[in-house]
Design a protein. Structure first.
Length: 640
């Protein structure tokens, strides 16, 4: 609200004139990470009380992980889980009716347990949700003020563990997210803002604040999704179709892949140890950021960086807030990559404190100060490199076919070095990289989706059946966007079908076009799946194709945010030069220059080594590289 009031005052705009308020938030993420979700009561079918405890029987880690792995506590505890009598079969037909007295007894027990939210997840309810609706009706009578989530509404797909877990996670964060969103809405309305309030979803789309209260599980990756959406907008303006993103903050680095102007999406969202079935941008996170702490454990005597972070308070030693542990930021200060003046001169870094902190690493390793600082930077760059390989090389993509875009407060400091490791050129520093996530919210659009399990082999279904189901699902998603105030003419629809070979346990999502699908659509889909399966896994199988889940996504129009062109220059950056400087690269101190980004013009070419400073970030150009400024102010770094 401080930001809203400051922006409206600076722009001379009455809050009542604002039509759209866009917001990315980590409230749901933090509730899961900090274990502060609501106490959830779970209602399951008789015989399935331990569905969350059994889970997928997958133990992460090496061969001995099953001995040392501390199994995380499920979001709904066993003592807060009740079984009820009643059953649907695998075709959605009632085999055994609900025992109303048994259901009431279970709900009364949950009420006595003091649960703050209730999940109803019954076997095969994705095919027929009638029993779940009956249980919800009784629950509302017994616990009228308790939030209730039904699995057939949150995730109408097969696989009871994923469906149950996702629904439990949804209702666990509902009280916290609901309170936050309602408070936000009330405060915005109080200052006269009557426009539409939209929150950023994990998949990079927008949802209304009312929908966010009902389905907060869609917000779990809201924060990182904004950066990818912003990178997509910058890439379009810069004429780049294939981009790897490098979002470096204080604690962590988020990486993602954009191919042919489309970010890769995943059917799962992972936060900490929790992995739920909810669409999100395919973002990988590593504990490598500006605040990551460097240390030399006595046991190994080898330098390590992160994942522990100094945070904002006390922060890196260079911040002068009482921090003494050496961090990545301190190493950048020691090497001269981060000048002492930050935030337009409003924040002074303490270089001597940074040197003292990094000297402890140098002493432990028996090397000089600058070698120790460079070692810290090399390791954190390798950590980022490893995360980028996970979303490129390990997914079948050649990173040399992609540009690398660095943003967040520290992204432009590292993007040139990581681009050299990846072979990904150009290395891009967008305008105002520190707030690109906020810009991303403003460049995306309203989005909603629904899914349905089909689970039929090619010989068991037809083009006509699939078209009928997708058409029905499309109307459902369009009506949801219409309820959120999106005009029907502004809505477009995308379709996906999850395909696998019969007998496989995992499927591949494939995009389909509904136009002309009735004439051989499934055969074309099977052929496209064979091609994609070979690209991903290098082989195909003789087994029959199976169509598992259908998905329809409705999209509103993209907000038209124009990119501002900057003044054209003659290629000479000297008017933006602030002063001479020195940086430690390639084993020695070398002369460099510091430039003011706001004074650079389109077409200016900045030879490395150089440092380009701005209000919210700092860009490092290495030796043997050259930075070029495009007409929108983006900095594109290439080998000289």
């Amino acid at each position: 609200m401080t930001g809203v009031n400051a922006v409206c005052a600076a722009a001379g705009v009455d809050p009542a004139a604002v039509q759209v308020f866009l917001h990315g938030t980590t409230v749901a993420t933090n509730a899961i990470l900090e274990g502060k979700g609501a106490r959830v009561g779970l209602v399951t079918t008789e015989g399935y009380r331990q569905v969350l405890q059994i889970a997928r029987s997958l133990v992460p880690g090496g061969l001995a992980a099953w001995i040392i792995w501390p199994k995380p506590e499920p979001l709904a505890r066993l003592e807060d889980t009740v079984e009820i009598k009643g059953r649907m079969d695998a075709q959605g037909r009632e085999v055994r009716p609900l025992d109303k007295a048994d259901v009431r007894a279970g709900l009364d027990y949950l009420k006595r347990q003091g649960v703050q939210a209730v999940t109803v997840a019954l076997m095969n309810s994705y095919l027929n949700g009638d029993h779940e609706l009956q249980v919800a009706e009784m629950a509302r009578a017994i616990m009228p003020d308790t939030p209730i989530s039904l699995s057939h509404q949150v995730l109408p797909e097969m696989q009871e563990y994923e469906r149950t877990l996702t629904t439990v996670a949804n209702v666990a964060v509902r009280p916290i997210v609901g309170l936050y969103v309602r408070n936000l809405r009330e405060k915005l309305r109080a200052v006269g803002m009557q426009g539409r309030i939209a929150l950023l979803r994990s998949d990079g789309g927008l949802m209304s604040s009312e929908k966010a209260e009902e389905q907060p599980v869609s917000l779990l990756m809201s924060g990182p999704a904004g950066g990818v959406a912003g990178a997509l907008w910058v890439a379009r303006n810069a004429g780049l179709k294939n981009v790897l993103t490098l979002d470096v903050g204080g604690t962590s680095t988020d990486v993602a892949l954009i191919e042919q102007g489309e970010p890769r999406r995943s059917r799962t969202t992972a936060v900490g140890h929790l992995t739920v079935r909810a669409s999100s941008l395919d973002v990988k996170t590593v504990g490598a950021g500006g605040g990551s702490i460097a240390k030399v454990p006595e046991l190994t005597g080898a330098l390590r960086v992160g994942p522990e972070s100094a945070g904002a308070v006390p922060g890196p030693a260079a911040y002068g807030k009482g921090g003494t542990q050496p961090t990545v930021t301190d190493a950048n200060v020691v090497l001269g990559y981060l000048p002492e003046n930050l935030l337009g001169g409003t924040f002074q870094l303490d270089r001597e404190a940074a040197k003292a902190a990094v000297q402890t690493i140098a002493d432990a390793l028996g090397v000089d100060l600058y070698e120790a600082a460079r070692g810290i930077i090399d390791i954190v760059n390798e950590n980022m490199f490893g995360a980028l390989r996970m979303i490129s090389v390990q997914q079948g993509y050649d990173p040399r076919d992609f540009a690398l875009m660095g943003f967040g407060g520290a992204g432009p400091l590292h993007v040139n070095a990581v681009a050299k490791l990846m072979g990904s050129w150009p290395a891009v520093s967008p305008v105002s990289p520190g707030v690109l996530c906020a810009l991303g919210d403003a460049t995306t659009r309203m989005r909603t989706e629904t899914a349905r399990s089909l689970s039929k082999r090619r010989s068991e279904t037809s083009d006509r059946e699939v078209v009928a189901l997708l058409t029905e699902m499309a109307e459902q998603t369009r009506s949801e966007l219409r309820e959120d105030g999106v005009a029907d003419k502004d809505i477009s629809t995308l379709f996906e079908i999850d395909v696998r070979y019969h007998g496989q346990a995992f499927e591949v999502p494939m995009t389909v076009e509904l136009d002309g699908f009735e004439n051989g659509g499934l055969d074309r889909l099977a052929a496209a799946f064979d091609e994609e399966h070979r690209r991903l896994f290098t082989f195909n199988m003789e087994a029959e194709h199976e169509f598992v889940n259908l998905r329809a996504t409705a999209l509103g129009q993209v907000l038209d945010i124009p990119a501002l062109e900057i003044e054209a220059g003659d290629g000479d950056p000297s008017p933006a030069r602030i002063r001479d400087h020195e940086v430690w690269v390639e084993g020695r101190m070398r002369p460099a220059a510091i430039y003011d980004r706001s004074r650079l013009r389109a077409g200016d070419r900045v030879p490395g080594p150089a440092i380009i400073v701005e209000m919210d970030s700092t860009t490092l150009v290495l030796p043997d590289c050259e930075a070029t400024v495009d007409r929108f102010g983006n900095i594109l770094i290439n080998p000289a």
